[in-house]
Structures are given as C-alpha cells and as structure tokens.
Design a protein around this ligand. Sequence first.
Ligand SMILES: [Zn+2]
Length: 100
Amino acid sequence: MSMIASEDAMSAEADPIGAVLGELPVLTPVRTEHVPLAVRAVVVHARQEWPAGVVCRNDRAPYPCRLARWGRRVLLAAGVPDERINLLVAAGNPYASPWG
Ligand SMILES: [Zn+2]
C-alpha cells in the first residue's frame, strides 16, 4: 500500500510557486523507476549563488525549488544517505547511480 510521505525539513514557504502548487508527493515505498528521476532532479536543480540570493540553476526559483525538494525527499525515502545525495549533486552527473 502506498502512502504519501511528508517532509517538513525543507519548506515551500520561501518558494512562491511551491506555496501555490504545494509539494510534489513522494509515494512510499519509493518505486524503483522514481530513483533515477530523483537523481536527475537533484543534480539538474542544483543551487546557484547570485548576488540577489541562492536560486535553482535550472528554473531560477529560490533554492531548493520544488523538484530539488522532491528529488531529495525521494532519495531519502529510498534509503540514500544525505551525504551521498550531496556527493551526487557535487559530481553533477544526472545519470549517476545513487548507490555508489
Ligand atoms: Zn529547480
């Protein structure tokens, strides 16, 4: 049976689009086909420093954007450690395996 996981650590309050549309749902247990999509989301929607603040490199929304938050929540729910997610983002390969 699937349930929708909630994650309050990364709020949508700073993201006006997220505030309107809400968080993308994370179905648990995580489906295996969602894991590579989540890796792609966190790598493509990485943070970028601008004089006006930190934004998503892809869509210029305040970082973390909806897809960055979704990807990280999916990977965490799939059992990928936070440190490994940070390494994936730093490596910048959207097709990398989250399992090392
Ligand atoms: Zn983004």
